[in-house]
Design a protein around this ligand. Sequence first.
Ligand code: ZN
Length: 411
Amino acid sequence: MYRVAQSVAFLAGTYLLLNDRPLLGLLLLFSVFGSWFFDRFANRVVKGSGRNLSAQSSDFHEKCFVADLHADVCLWRRDHMKRNKRGHVDLPRLIEGNVSLQFVTIPTKLVLTRRLPRFFFPDLFFWTAIMSLQRPRTWFFASARAELQLERVNAWIKNSRGSLKMIKNANDLQGLSQNQNTDGQNIGIMLGLEGAHILSGRFNVSWLIEQGIRVVGITHFNDTRFGDSAHGWRRSGLTSVGHDLVKDLDDRGIIIDLAHCSEQLINDVLAMHKEGDLSRPPIVSHTGIKGEHNHRRNISDEQAIAVARAGGLIGVTFFRPALPCNSVSAVGEVVLYLIGILNEAGLEGVRHVAFGSDFDGAVRTVIDSSGWPQITEMLLESDISEEDVQFLMGENVRRFFVEHLPKFAIT
Ligand SMILES: [Zn+2]
């Protein structure tokens, strides 16, 4: 279907270009390569960030359970079974990076409220859906975009013939851990939703559970009826509908992700947890920390401490402006800073820090998914003990989800 749309766009574009409609013609011709173009230029890796690993680091990395809390892998039209020259994640690169558990997170709306004037139709996924010749429903409906990404991830898992396995409950994760030790190629995929925009009508919490989604971010780049975003206009917290949604998600076994949420919303969810309204701690899947780099998408030091105190996890991300600069060593600085402030607050800091790369999230990252051994080596060089490096690389994520996901299938 895509090939047919590409051919029609190519022929129509050429015809219009040659017949006094150059702008429309160029626009159609651009759409022939739109998908490739967005992926190629949005998802880059910092040049020269690779390093020659020591044999000792490589051997140690092979023994690590590596987990990534956040990547928008299936937002892009890409053959994820082969090694691509563009983007950050595909099966060969996951194997090369010795990744054990990869979150595939589903973003459905990208409204850059502060950057674009309000009269402009500001949902960037509207434009990318058209220019990538996606099916028309995805031009307008966030739910259709979620369905498309779910189709892609399910096809990827099916085509992998057992290399990838969907993780839906604690038992699946424990099974994965055991297999990982024996064959090293059984990679777990967990699903997250980035922003709760689609929740309406038949796209309800039961639908999320059916699809296998086990982590839900309440907001993304814009304020919603559930609550406010760190990037939005209102800067308030959870609405009463949002309060009910958070409670419902928690009751049904889904973990709340506070990435991209406004300060007030983060405080509101933490207050719910403190008052005993929530049984599962929240995570912040991909973030930096304001004490290291004061940016609106990062959480404050106090909030990091509060998330850890609730038993939650903080996923350090791999790109600037969340990081103070775009380098592997900057990731290390943020990790050490976080552990330091959590320790000072009387917590065991190293048990609450993890990684959420934001691979394929239209960002320029310090590595791609084949580059995880570089993170391991950087941590080993930072005087962190081998046991603690294993916690940071993924054991913390494994422990957290084994403890907080329901044991068996949830309904
Ligand atoms: Zn994000």
